[in-house]
Write a protein that binds this ligand. Structure first.
Ligand code: OSB
Ligand code: MG
Length: 387
């Protein structure tokens, strides 16, 4: 806060962020949202998205948040049941009864706990929602976003049949998505990309390997160069910055890191050693919107483009991603496809609409009409703690 003065345009923002909130109740619900179409990636098949909805109450007002970790420990070590467990056992007992002045305080309070970034985001995001309700200011305003619309791309799973794959791409391009991301593995990468490139030579195209390659696949990865992809997302393991740097030195296609970046410190080191040229920011993966904004600011100052990834969140989680993607440095279409396209059940009455690949950024989470009773009904596990 030092160095921000009254005539500074940031002053109002700073005031809005400082608002005492006594955490009087926290409720978590682990829910299951069946996918309309099962999704295959190198992480495996997913037919049901498990996610944790978080409620934080202060002064009679309730904020909603989401901890959308992956259902299995294949994306990162943290998975949905672990997220629920760590919230119940460690995080909620520690935050209950605490008075915070801004959502980022959650990051300090939970700072001594390693990892479990999605669980941290669950609590912090509910506090951000609470803050918008207490101050009457939009989340975009509170975090310093500059856009009222966000560009959206589509992530397409591994589809073995070429005709089916091509018709998927065709449908998504026709719907107006601004970029297509193909999920790949060492077994299918060249075939999938060449099939799509042959028919759709000029669409913005990228691939996401979800850590399925190793440095042994160096030549295969070099062969992908010929397709002029926008970027290759996370070819190697989350804990393998060194090999990413080795690869990036040998190819001109930008590498984008997803799983590897769980904090600002990770981003700083990855950039320092040249392990990537682009960063996918998911607020859950980095432990909250405050950390996400710090990574954005760090990258923006250095001319490193970032973009907003997704975890098949419900409309609640997608809302936070949309707001984050309004920050200035977000430079590629976001993985925030429509939730009513993904799920037949959602936790809100309404959701956002994508028109020509663009979403109008919502002014408030309340606009969607949160279905609190449905969340309780859908909960396969629920835990509540009051002061
Ligand atoms: O690697 O970006 C990923 C979904 C689940 C787990 C990992 C990833 C994804 C996606 C997100 O690609 C797609 C979306 O949320 O629409
Ligand atoms: Mg990814």
């Amino acid at each position: 806060m030092a160095g921000v003065f009254k005539d500074d345009p940031q002053f109002e923002q700073m005031l809005l962020r400082s608002y005492p909130m006594l955490i009087e109740r926290v409720t978590i619900s682990l829910i299951e949202l069946p996918l309309k179409t099962p999704f295959q990636q190198s992480l495996g098949w997913m037919s049901t998205k498990q996610t944790v909805i978080v409620e934080v109450e202060s002064d009679g007002i309730v904020g909603f948040g989401e901890a959308a970790s992956h259902p299995e420990p294949t994306y990162l070590p943290e998975y949905t049941q672990a997220t629920f467990e760590v919230l119940k056992r460690f995080f909620i007992p520690l935050v209950i009864g605490q008075k915070i002045t801004e959502p980022a305080d959650i990051r300090q309070i939970l700072g001594r706990f390693y990892g479990h970034t999605f669980a941290k985001m669950g609590l912090e995001s509910a506090c951000w929602d609470l803050l918008t309700k207490l101050t009457g200011s939009s989340l975009v305003n509170l975090i310093g976003g500059i856009r009222s619309q966000v560009e959206i791309g589509k992530s397409i799973g591994i589809i073995e049949n070429n005709e089916t794959l091509l018709s998927q791409v065709k449908q998504r391009v026709a719907q107006g998505y601004k970029r297509i991301k193909l999920k790949v593995s060492p077994e299918n990468a060249l075939q999938v990309v060449s099939t799509v490139k042959e028919k759709f030579s000029d669409i913005p195209l990228m691939v996401d390997a979800n850590s399925s390659f190793t440095i042994q696949h160096l030549n295969l990865l070099k062969e992908l160069e010929q397709f002029d992809l926008m970027m290759i997302e996370q070819p190697f393991s989350f804990d393998d910055l060194i090999d990413h740097a080795t690869l990036q030195k040998q190819i001109s296609t930008p590498l984008c890191l997803d799983e590897s970046i769980m904090s600002l410190e990770h981003a700083r080191k990855a950039i320092q050693i040249g392990a990537c040229k682009i960063i996918n920011i998911k607020p859950g993966r980095v432990g909250g919107l405050a950390e996400a904004r710090d990574i954005h600011d760090f990258c923006f100052e250095r001319g490193i483009p970032v973009w907003c990834g997704g975890m098949f969140e419900s409309t609640i989680g997608r809302y936070f991603n949309l707001c984050l993607a309004t920050l200035e440095g977000f430079s590629f279409p976001a993985d925030i496809s429509q939730t009513n396209d993904l799920f037949s059940v959602d936790v809100t009455e309404d959701s956002f609409n994508i028109i020509n690949g663009m979403v109008q950024v919502p002014t408030s989470l309340e606009d969607f009409g949160i279905h609190a009773e449905l969340i309780e009904k859908l909960a396969v596990q629920r835990f509540e703690l009051k002061r």
